[in-house]
Design a protein around this ligand. Structure first.
Ligand SMILES: Nc1nc2c(c(=O)[nH]1)N[C@H]1C(S)=C(S)[C@@H](COP(=O)(O)O)O[C@H]1N2
Ligand SMILES: [Mo]
Length: 556
């Protein structure tokens, strides 16, 4: 006997929602790879990330960073992007499931209706979802290469078809097992019809499931292949660029202090540089279409090409340690590479700042923005508009074609993918400042134990067995004058320092500890160039960057 209850309509709708949404996602992916149409699941995620309240976002970031650390999920920033990707896909898929369930219940409530009336729920769903989705995509998508009009028509069309397919499946299932309007009106057909209907209903579901699964796998598979080919092309381009530059000797090459084995690389391999930004996938900017627009309170507004920035200004090089304000004490959201760019002072001299110019508002392709106080410029000639990292054009994910470098500030003050610099009289809050983070965002002094190299234990000339301990210390552009370690909360002992790559990079330190078997605690602290001790009191990264002593415990 068939009694189709509300709950089962809901469940069927959810299952069908899943079955129809999966190929929709594959189709969107394929269309993106083939025609450059917008892949909206990531747009919706990015839009939420930009529009949810700042503290919700901050808490989510903290939870993710914490979980990655606790569960040992590997390098924080790339794992976080993978998690974002999965959440974005799951969220879209989940949305499809919910809409499927709602649509089925709505159709069920309506009962048998003749004519076009029965299409109302599906068309309503298509409009209620399609229109906002198209608008959101228009607002946040920066990867699509199609025009807004084409993208909008496409999204409305596929979402419309998707809703109608859901609706069509409802009808096919209803034919096979009339879905009762309410529990009391449940139909009880003769037994043989029931099993026949059941069978054909089940068969239909299986066939539909197999079809949508096949479409999903083929669509997503082809799309992934196309994407993979693009990635390979990009990799080849990078390899060519790499091959064209001569290996660079590091400026502290002559320093005799060997880092303790297991210390992080002093110069971060480019592919390992951490990446943090507000999009699931980074904007892709075409160099030939790109211009740096500088306007506002200037005498000569300009639109500069990348070549102009490279050729018309003396390039400056600076070894830089960048860190994210969300980095925890001892975390891996910090890296070091060599930045090349045009001095901001030089570029601004050419555009001619007007008398009342006080701030720069820097806006990026992803909608990110920050404001820089022009007072900084007088004290800090190292501020640059950077176009190279590690001697090659910026990687796409690190801000190609242009980003700014402001010494002593956390990453959040330093936009990537810069498109526009507006010179203003009034200050304005930057993207993360609007969301409750520190306006200054001056880098904190921090020191980290990377390794207690138990397997590198050695016996010194004095017959003493020693274990190398090492790590890094960094205080923005303020330098490091001293690093100290203590074992088992004993006295602080001064460590040896390697000469840093520059006055704005981290310093590699090392201390060779007289080995004692057993379980020990190790702590490190550093002092800034002027002798100021790092803040030893623990605080979380929000709102001004984490502080506290890095402590590890090891059994040796
Ligand atoms: N356009 C743009 N620039 C940005 C961001 C962003 O989301 N969008 N994130 C900032 C933050 S929070 C950090 S920590 C650094 C990270 O730079 P990286 O990803 O190249 O390491 O970029 C900064 N610049
Ligand atoms: Mo950051």
């Amino acid at each position: 006997m068939i009694i189709v209850r509300k709950s089962s309509t809901l469940l069927t709708g959810a299952v069908i929602g899943a079955m129809v949404t999966a190929p929709l996602m594959a189709l969107l992916y394929l269309a993106e790879q083939v025609a450059g149409l917008p892949f909206v699941p990531f747009d919706l995620f990015d839009w939420l990330a930009r529009n949810l309240p700042g503290d919700v976002i901050t808490r989510s970031i903290e939870t993710i960073v914490d979980a990655i650390d606790r569960l040992n999920l590997g390098e924080t920033s790339s794992t976080a992007k993978k998690i974002e990707t999965l959440v974005a896909l799951a969220q879209f898929f989940g949305g499809g499931v919910v809409v499927g369930a709602i649509l089925f219940v709505a159709r069920d409530r309506m009962g048998q209706r003749a004519g076009l009336v029965k299409f109302i729920p599906a068309l309503l769903a298509a409009a209620l979802i399609g229109v906002p989705v198209a608008l959101i995509s228009r607002k946040v998508n920066v990867l699509a290469t199609t025009s807004d009009t084409v993208s909008t028509i496409w999204l409305l069309a596929v979402i419309g078809v998707w809703a109608l397919v859901l609706d069509w499946v409802y009808d096919r299932l209803a034919e096979r097992a009339p879905i009762a309007k309410t529990e009391t009106e449940a139909v009880t057909p003769p037994d043989d019809t029931v099993s026949a209907q059941r069978l054909s209903r089940r068969e239909f579901l299986i066939r539909a499931g197999a079809t949508t699964a096949t479409l999903t796998v083929i669509g997503a598979g082809v799309a992934r292949y196309l994407e993979y080919r693009d990635e390979q092309d990009y990799q080849r381009l990078l390899d060519r660029r790499r091959a064209a530059v001569l290996p660079q000797a590091l400026p502290n090459e002559g320093d005799l202090l060997e880092p303790a084995p297991g210390t992080r690389p002093e110069y971060t391999p480019l592919e390992d540089h951490y990446r943090i930004d507000i999009s699931v996938r980074p904007p892709e900017i075409n160099e030939s279409d790109w211009r740096l627009k500088i306007d506002g309170l200037v005498d000569n507004p300009v639109e500069l090409t990348l070549d102009q920035l490279r050729d018309d200004y003396d390039p400056v090089n600076q070894y830089v340690t960048l860190a994210c304000i969300s980095n925890s004490v001892g975390g891996d959201l910090t890296s070091t590479t060599r930045w090349t760019g045009a001095r901001l002072q030089d570029v601004l001299a050419d555009v001619g700042l007007q008398e009342n110019a006080r701030f720069l508002k820097i806006t990026s392709a992803d909608g990110f923005h920050e404001t820089m106080d022009l007072a900084l410029l007088d004290e800090e000639p190292r501020i640059m508009l950077a176009y190279h990292w590690d001697s090659i054009p910026l990687l796409q994910k690190h801000g190609f074609p242009l980003r700014i470098y402001i010494p002593d500030r956390f990453g959040m003050k330093q936009p990537k993918w810069i498109e526009h610099i507006e010179v203003m009289e009034e200050d304005e809050k930057g993207y993360w400042v609007e969301r409750g983070w520190d306006k200054e965002a001056r880098m904190r002094a921090t020191s980290v134990i990377d390794v207690v190299a138990g397997d590198a234990v050695y016996t010194g000339e004095d017959g003493q067995m020693r274990v190398p301990i090492g790590g890094i210390a960094h205080a923005g552009a303020r330098g490091i004058s001293k690093v100290e370690v203590r074992i088992d909360e004993g006295d602080w002992i001064e460590a040896d320092l390697r000469e840093p790559l520059s006055e704005t990079t981290w310093v590699v330190w090392r201390y060779d500890w007289p080995f004692e078997a057993g379980r020990h605690s190790f702590e490190v602290r550093c002092f800034e160039g002027d002798g100021t001790e790092q803040i030893t009191e623990r605080s979380s990264s929000h709102p001004s960057g984490a502080t506290g002593i890095h402590k590890v415990t090891r059994s040796l």
